[in-house]
Design a protein around this ligand. Sequence first.
Ligand SMILES: [Zn+2]
Length: 280
Amino acid sequence: MIKFMSDLPTNATAANEAGKGNEFPSPERFFLKVPLYESHEVNSANYLNVVRTQFFKGTMDAYCIGCEQHSIFRDTNDYTNYTEEYALNNRIFSVELICTRENSHSLLFIFKVHEGMIQKIGQSPSIADFDSADIGKYRKILGEEKYREFKRAIGLVAHGVGIGSFIYLRRIFEHLIEEEHQEAKKSQDWDEQQYLDSRMDEKILFLQNSLPAFLVENRKLYSVLSKAVHSLSEEECLKLFAPIKMGIELILDERIEQKEKRTKIEEAKKVIADIVKKLN
Ligand SMILES: [Zn+2]
């Protein structure tokens, strides 16, 4: 029985809540963020999410390798198979989206449903391609060495390598925190020994004046960076990747913003000095 997308309930929350284990990703997240081979359970409570992924309807914002900038992609579907039996069947399916600016630019995703689990098993362009384009803006502020490590982390996670990518991200995160620490140390009432004895979440609290508020509010999440890597599983590392990457980007965004502000102030000072000189 073929049903149409208009029949499909739009609220996926109930289905997600009923699903066990990992929360089932939205189609956009599944396409663009979830690494290859990450498994999600599919069952009679959440099968509509599988339908929504396979027969994705609508538009999605993503970086277009062809246009070399962000673009809007749209679905290429014209029907929806909506039965539970079909959604849970073992199969391989692909989803293609095309760039609304130029129809020959496309995104392709390949999924496998097998024995009650779904995985994304292929995609073009790769997540690394998307993310490399996205992190280009951090190259200068991060420096060549750390930028290379950032790219490597993204390349590894795109291939489902959790622990390896986690180690690279952790190095970068710790490097950024250490830079803030070196600055903070200069203040008079600084307790260096207490800082050194602290876990990462406590260190973030120590440095709260120079770190993004989001990081400070969510510092508990970053306490995991004090855990030994061997105590974390491949799966755990994959799950931690996104929030740690976000933390790094927030720190870098703030530094870029501050740098731009300083440049602007310097320019303004020069302009004002010139005017004063001419007036005299
Ligand atoms: Zn394009």
